[in-house]
Design a protein around this ligand. Structure first.
Ligand code: PAF
Length: 324
C-alpha cells in the first residue's frame, strides 16, 4: 500500500504504471469508509485484475459544503480507512499480499488539492444540478465536479467508480465526462444496505438509536414505490405511494420524493421537482424538458431529514403503467 499525501507522491506512484502499462481504476471518497465504499474498491479490483492498480482518494472536499453544513464535523478516520482498504484487498493466502498489483491511497490536504486557494476556473454542472439535491444545496454539485475532474486529471484512471446511492451525482459526473470528453469510463456500483434496509452512508453515524429506526422510513418508501409499480402504477402513482409512507413516518421531515429519468433527471411524475406534493419550482430551478413516456427504469429519489441529519435514498424502478 502506498499512502500519497502530496501530488508529487501520487505522481511518483503512478509513474510505475506508466512504465508497466498496468490498468488503473479510481474510487473517490471523502473517507469514513464503510461497506458501500469497499464495494467500489472491490469492483475496482475486479476491473483492474491481479496486476492492476486501485487508487482510492480520501478527501473531505470543502468546495462541496455550503456554509452551515457539516464540513468541520464530517468524520475523518484516515488510519482506520487505510486499514480497512488493506484488509478488503488482502489476498486470502498472503499476510501482506493484495489481490491487485498495487493499492494507492491519495489523501491530500485542502492545500495540496487546491494549491492556489479557491480555484479561479470552475466546472459548471449544468441544469441537472438545479433540481432535487441542487435545489437544497445550490453550490454542491459544482464543488463535486471541481474535485472529481481535478482528481481524474491527477489519477488518470481508465475506470472511475461511483455509487448509485448518490444518483444525481452519478448522472452529473456522467454528463461531465460526456460533455467534456474526459477519457475515463464511469462505472456505477449498487447501493449497499444494512440488513434492515437502511442505505449505508457516512452520515448515518450522526443518527441516534431512535432516529436510526425512524430513518428506515426511506427504504420502506422505496419498497412502497416498487410495489405500486408492480401493481401497474405509473410514475405519478409510484411517487404518491412512496410519499405517503414518508409523510406518515414519525420523526421524518420530507424534503422531496421524485420520479425522474435516471440520466437527464427530467421529472416523470408531473409533480414538479423538489417539492413534495407540489408543482411549484424551487427558486432558480430549471424544469427540464423531456419525454412523457419513460424508456427503461425510472429513478425514485427521496430526501428527508431525520433529526438534524439529511438522508437520501433511491431505487431504479420499472413502471407498470403509462405515464400521464
Ligand atoms: O461521493 C462522494 O463521497 C463525494 O461527493 C466525492 C465524489 C468523493 C467528491 O468529493
Amino acid at each position: 500500500m502506498t499512502l500519497a499525501r502530496s501530488r508529487d507522491d501520487l505522481a511518483a506512484a503512478l509513474a510505475v504504471d506508466d512504465r508497466t502499462g498496468a490498468p488503473r481504476a479510481v474510487a473517490m471518497t471523502m473517507g469514513a469508509l464503510h461497506q458501500g465504499h469497499f464495494d467500489l474498491v472491490t469492483e475496482a479490483a475486479r476491473l483492474v485484475g491481479p496486476g492492476g492498480t486501485v487508487v482510492v482518494t480520501i478527501f473531505v472536499n470543502p468546495l462541496q459544503f455550503a456554509a452551515g453544513e457539516d464540513l468541520e464535523a464530517y468524520p475523518r478516520t484516515l488510519e482506520a480507512d487505510v486499514e480497512g482498504l488493506v484488509s478488503i484487498l488482502r489476498a486470502p493466502d498472503g499476510e501482506d499480499a493484495l489481490i491487485v498489483g498495487r493499492l494507492i491511497v491519495f489523501a491530500p490536504t485542502p492545500e495540496v488539492m487546491y494549491p492556489d486557494g479557491d480555484p479561479a476556473v470552475r466546472v459548471d454542472p449544468g441544469p441537472i444540478a438545479t433540481v432535487l439535491e441542487g435545489a437544497t444545496r445550490p453550490t454542491h454539485f459544482a464543488g463535486v465536479l471541481q474535485v472529481v475532474l481535478t482528481l481524474m486529471h491527477l489519477t488518470r484512471p481508465r475506470w472511475a467508480l461511483f455509487g448509485r446511492k448518490d444518483a444525481q451525482q452519478l448522472a452529473i459526473v456522467r454528463a461531465m465526462v460526456r460533455d467534456l470528453a474526459v477519457p475515463v469510463e464511469i462505472v456505477p456500483v449498487e447501493i449497499r444496505r444494512e440488513a434492515d434496509g437502511l442505505a449505508m452512508s457516512s452520515r448515518n453515524a450522526y443518527l441516534t438509536a431512535q432516529e436510526r429506526e425512524q430513518a428506515l422510513a426511506l427504504s420502506r418508501a422505496l419498497a412502497a414505490g416498487r410495489e405500486a409499480a408492480r401493481a401497474g402504477a405509473d410514475a405519478a402513482g409510484v411517487r404518491t405511494a412512496a410519499l405517503e409512507v414518508l409523510e406518515k413516518a414519525p420523526g421524518v421531515e420530507v424534503d422531496y420524493a421524485a420520479v425522474v429519468d435516471p440520466d437527464s433527471f427530467v421529472d416523470l411524475s408531473g409533480a414538479g421537482l423538489g417539492l413534495p406534493g407540489g408543482s411549484v419550482q424551487p427558486a432558480g430551478a430549471v424544469e427540464l424538458a423531456g419525454p412523457s413516456q419513460p424508456v427503461g427504469p425510472v429513478l425514485l429519489a427521496l430526501a428527508a431529514k431525520v433529526g438534524t441529519t439529511r438522508l437520501i435514498d433511491n431505487a431504479l424502478i420499472t413502471c407498470g403503467g403509462p405515464v400521464a
